[in-house]
Design a protein. Structure first.
Ligand code: C5P
Length: 230
């Protein structure tokens, strides 16, 4: 049986949402966003370890929320995050159980991930070493210069918006983070670090439902989904 370690980063400040409460701790239908997210993974048979990354002041709050999850065969812990998302993951990697074949990283603020996408990412990561979910972009994307003028228009048919969970063979992810930390390389997702290692990353088609709660409009959409209106 494949063993999966899941890292859920939840140590962001949530400034873009403009609320005092960090995003993972906002309630939707009586449960926090992070609890909705954990709900989507807790029954996965491959799950062997769950690492939640929280900022120092929220560690106890996360421990409290975790007491509701009943999976005695899963090693569940809370670890401290860092200034940037990449620092948060770097710290969590120190606690990954080396008996796990795969490591998945999923944003705390994507509570609508579908089980079939998770399963497909796990399957493809076992096969290729690295698998991430994504969707084709809807809008035309332009590259701008510093003066706010268009530099170029890449062919849209090749452009995909990438989400999480991003799933990797454990050693590939460890090597990618080691290399990035040694080179001072930073990326906006974990896959960029794996790409920087020279590993080919497979993309699994996901859906628009797996959006990241970032702006107030996303929170409104999330409320409608939890209430069953969408
Ligand atoms: O900031 P962004 O929307 O990319 O954050 C994605 C996820 O990473 C969120 O769940 C957030 O809580 C987490 N994060 C973190 N540590 C940081 C910044 C973000 O765990 N320093």
């Amino acid at each position: 049986m494949i063993r999966l370690s899941l890292i859920i980063p939840a140590a962001g400040s949530g400034v873009r949402l403009g609320m005092k409460t960090p995003k993972p701790f906002i309630e939707l239908g009586g449960r926090t966003i992070i609890q909705h997210t954990i709900d989507k993974f807790i029954d996965i048979p491959e799950l062997g370890q769950l690492l939640i990354v929280a900022s120092a002041q929220n560690i106890d709050r996360v421990r409290g929320l975790l007491s509701n999850f009943d999976r005695s065969d899963v090693d569940i812990s809370v670890v401290e995050g860092g200034d940037e998302r990449q620092d948060s993951i770097s710290n969590a990697l120190k606690f990954v159980d080396t008996g796990c074949d795969l490591v998945a990283i999923h944003d705390a603020v994507r509570p609508f991930i579908e089980k079939n996408v998770v399963e497909e990412c796990i399957r493809k990561a076992m096969k290729y070493g690295a698998a991430i979910p994504g969707i084709p972009v809807k809008d035309t994307v332009k590259v701008l210069n510093d003066e706010q003028f268009v530099e170029s228009t890449p062919d849209r048919s090749f452009l995909w918006q990438i989400q999480t969970p991003q799933v990797f063979k454990r050693q590939i992810l460890f090597d990618a983070y080691d290399k990035a930390n040694n080179e001072g390389f930073t990326g906006t997702d974990d896959s960029s670090l794996v790409e920087n290692l020279g590993v080919k990353v497979h993309v699994v088609k996901s859906s628009y439902d797996n959006f990241k709660i970032t702006y107030p409009i996303d929170l409104k959409l999330a409320e409608l989904k939890v209430e069953g209106h969408l």
